[in-house]
Design a protein around this ligand. Structure first.
Ligand code: NAD
Ligand code: COI
Length: 332
């Protein structure tokens, strides 16, 4: 049996090769090109196509070609299924899997580090020091333990973010449509987003980018937040109305913004723009602000997460090949 993995980075190769050597019954080939309608024919002769979300829609023009080649198994190396057209997957009866749980600490750590950096004005201080300005004032920070941190979404990642925030000694409050028993037992839930907005000094988003969550953080939501609020989005770009955030930063209502995911990140993030014309004026503006930290969707990007993503996605592919349903299968 043969698996073709698209969009494989150099840092994924060792995990790919290790898995392949442990499973000699399967041939694993990799390519650094992404799965696009133009590149779909590379999968001719394979049983499984393995991809990483890259902001490129996977719909009729790609899946129709895979169907023609007799390929009906698509395994994702990541959580988010935002790129997938499930109506088309259903039409061609694809087996689909993602990696619903890989090192949630990777993302939670990143989000809480951004939050702490924003409260302590690290970027302002770093930029000053870089200019050889070693004066303290006016870059005085807020201690995280004195803040109320609001976690929206208490799934795998949100729950680890709660532990980290508690490690700082912060008061944590949380909101989720579906409550988790452990978080409930700790008494952390508030009853509504409005309540969370009214109480939180820092807000971190850990809900999926479903259509119903589109722009959940908009001008109306920001108006309900405390003055000087710090917001971190390592969830999905579409959760946040970026223009409303910029207006909130301009008005001084928002004291800091950590942007790991961005609503127009497809084709922008994970590209080296150094020395080239930067195509997104909004992001160009945000990057220059000393109270905004932009990271190009790198919250997940650790060795541990990468190894787990590769291994679990290949395990899922092998399970499908052998006629089994992996635990990572998506029941769509
Ligand atoms: P999860 O499914 O375990 O948890 C998501 C939680 O959000 C669930 O408990 C769900 O009930 C809740 N939820 C959904 N909509 C809600 C709403 N409107 N209001 C309140 N709660 C709501 O997911 P997870 O593994 O914790 O991942 C969370 C998100 O993190 C993913 O969906 C993905 O978008 C994002 N993510 C980002 C990165 C990154 O590198 N930045 C990496 C992986 C995942
Ligand atoms: C995910 O796993 O969904 C992520 O956000 C990571 C990214 C590589 C797509």
């Amino acid at each position: 049996s043969k698996i073709l993995a698209y969009g494989v980075r150099e840092d994924e190769q060792s995990a790919m090769q290790r898995w392949a050597s442990q499973h000699p019954e399967v041939q694993v080939d990799t390519t650094d090109v992404l799965l696009t309608p133009e590149n779909a024919t590379l999968a001719q002769g394979y049983d499984v196509v393995n991809i990483l979300q890259a902001g490129i829609p996977v719909g009729e023009s790609t899946l129709g070609q895979l169907d023609q080649m007799g390929i009906h198994t698509l395994t994702l190396r990541n959580v988010g299924t935002d790129d997938l057209d499930f109506d088309v997957l259903k039409k061609y009866q694809f087996n689909v899997s993602n990696v619903p749980r890989y090192s949630p600490n990777a993302i939670a750590e990143h989000a809480m580090i951004q939050m702490a950096r924003l409260f302590r004005h690290f970027k302002q201080m770093d930029l000053k020091v870089y200019r050889h300005n070693l004066k303290w004032a006016p870059t005085i920070g807020r201690e995280v333990r004195k803040q109320t941190i609001g976690i929206i979404g208490t799934g795998n990642i949100g729950r680890v973010a709660i532990q980290i925030a508690q490690g700082f000694g912060a008061k944590v409050i949380a909101y989720d449509k579906y409550r988790n028993a452990e978080i409930e037992a700790q008494g952390l839930y508030v009853d509504s987003l409005d309540e969370l907005y009214a109480q939180a000094d820092g807000i971190s988003l850990h809900v999926p980018g479903l259509p119903e969550n589109h722009h959940m953080i908009d001008a109306k939501a920001i108006a309900k937040m405390k003055d000087q609020v710090v917001i971190v989005n390592a969830g999905r770009g579409n959760l946040v109305d970026t223009d409303a955030i910029i207006a909130g930063l301009d008005a001084g209502k928002i004291d800091g913004f950590g942007m790991d995911t961005y609503e127009d990140e497809g084709g922008l993030f994970n590209v080296d723009w150094e020395g080239k014309d930067f195509p997104d004026t909004r992001v160009a503006d945000l990057i220059t602000r000393d109270n905004v930290i932009v990271s190009p969707h790198t919250a997940f990007y650790t060795w541990t997460a990468t190894e787990e993503m590769v291994e679990q996605s290949l395990d899922a592919g092998l399970a499908f090949i052998t006629g089994n349903t992996p635990e990572q299968a998506i029941n769509y």
